[in-house]
Ligand binder design. Structure first.
Ligand SMILES: NC(=O)c1ccc[n+]([C@@H]2O[C@H](COP(=O)([O-])OP(=O)(O)OC[C@H]3O[C@@H](n4cnc5c(N)ncnc54)[C@H](O)[C@@H]3O)[C@@H](O)[C@H]2O)c1
Length: 377
């Protein structure tokens, strides 16, 4: 029996964006072994891809139902232990639900489902099961994001008084102005994507990041979304005002039509004693601002960082780590949970975070549709 956790993957084929990130992340700490799955709905491409990445084809299945049937026939010590769900959004819920019900641990891409209702059903399903469930809000795995969380928790910036998070991309610009391209993109199809494109895809990252680093829950949202064309059913840009307990206020700006932007995810949290600033495109720097001292720039791997941050750094300081490492750290946390080893709750996002993310998407769309009103989350 392998000492490694037997991993299956759904989606993430050679034609996908996110597959390579999960495969590399899962191999980073030598905790997982990819043993099978369904990378692609086309069986020939599926087998071809398995050969290309060098994994045996005997557990590459023609579809999800076949995988479930065949895996459940295997003795438990051979069966896949955890399945990563990397398919387009609409398949997350049916796949994850069946996996949980059948006793598999699940690592699910975000947005966790296509509706808040589905998310609540999934949560109820998990409550009856004894399995681990993680949602890959990838950016929470960065050492300097974890450091930010710990510094805020220990009061370094004092009482939070302003939250400003921005996630700007420009990738939809060349698609959105062309009717045919609009129709061919699954992210703009509500059947496949859910009720939102931009808020669902990257607004949820921003929302989760805010709750992760501040430890506070967003209480209500007022959203102004942008669709650009009347035949486009999905938001591709949105500005959201946020309210937190104790009258704390924040702002979440998201866009997929910020032309020329790549993955400009910037997190700024200000307290009465200072501020913390982090930028995804430059993830190894955490800026600590104060009134009476020069700007401090914190970097990963130094002993001044918290244990949670240090546990996500593998190399001596000065060797840049990036998004692969961030996702690798999430996989590392999940491996500890599966092996019933102790872990910090900040090591991976859970079902609760997935459900809150879906609640947020729904309430942001609701706020916009009702004429930009405050909606409770
Ligand atoms: N965490 C992040 O930062 C992040 C980044 C990008 C995408 N995502 C999420 O990952 C998911 C996939 O996104 P993507 O950009 O890789 O999409 P994609 O369209 O590039 O790839 C989807 C993959 O799923 C496969 N697939 C489709 N139907 C399938 C089926 N029935 N069975 C098995 N495989 C099937 C496709 O062949 C393809 O390989 C989405 O939910 C997306 O929101 C997350």
């Amino acid at each position: 029996m392998s000492a490694k956790i037997r991993l299956g993957i759904l989606g993430g084929g050679g034609d996908s964006l996110i597959g390579v990130l999960h495969r590399i992340a899962s191999s980073m700490y030598d905790s997982y072994e990819l043993v099978g799955g369904v990378f692609n709905p086309n069986f020939d491409e599926n087998i071809g891809f398995a050969k290309e990445i060098g994994i045996p084809t005997n557990r590459i299945y023609k579809d999800f139902d076949t995988m479930m049937e065949e895996e459940l026939k295997l003795p438990e010590d051979e069966r896949i232990q955890v399945v990563s769900v990397l398919t387009p959004n609409f398949l997350h819920f049916p796949m994850a639900k069946k996996l949980i019900e059948s006793g598999f641990n699940v690592i699910c891409e975000k947005p966790m489902t296509t509706t808040y209702e589905e998310a609540k059903i999934l949560q109820e399903t998990l409550e009856k099961a004894n399995t681990i469930f993680a949602v890959t809000y990838t950016y929470t795995g960065y050492p300097m994001v974890r450091q930010m969380k710990e510094m805020i928790a220990s009061g370094v910036i004092g009482k939070i008084q302003k939250i400003d998070v921005q996630y700007y991309q420009g990738w939809i610009n060349p698609i959105i102005h062309d009717k045919e391209k609009r129709a061919a993109t699954w992210r703009l199809d509500p059947e496949k994507s859910g009720i939102s494109c931009c808020v669902g895809d990257i607004g949820t990252h921003g929302f989760d990041m805010i709750e992760y680093v501040t430890g506070m829950e967003v209480e209500s949202v007022l959203a102004e979304l942008n669709y650009l064309y009347s035949d486009n059913k999905m938001d591709i840009d949105g500005t959201m005002l946020l309210r937190f307990p104790n009258d704390i206020k924040g702002l979440l700006r998201t866009s997929q039509i910020a032309t020329g932007e790549e993955n400009n995810f910037t997190v700024k949290i200000y307290g009465n004693k200072g501020g913390l600033k982090w930028e995804q495109e430059n993830p190894n720097y955490l800026y600590h601002l104060t009134e009476d001292e020069p700007l401090k720039v914190l970097k990963p791997g130094h002993a001044y960082n918290s244990e949670l941050s240090l546990s996500g750094t593998k190399l001596p300081p000065g060797h840049p780590e990036g998004i692969f490492d961030s996702m690798g750290n999430i996989y590392k946390g999940v491996a500890k949970a599966i092996r019933k080893e102790p872990y910090h709750p900040g090591e991976f996002p859970t079902m609760k975070d997935g459900v809150r993310g879906m609640n947020f998407i729904e309430k942001a769309v609701d706020s916009h549709k009702k004429g930009n009103v405050w909606v409770k989350i």
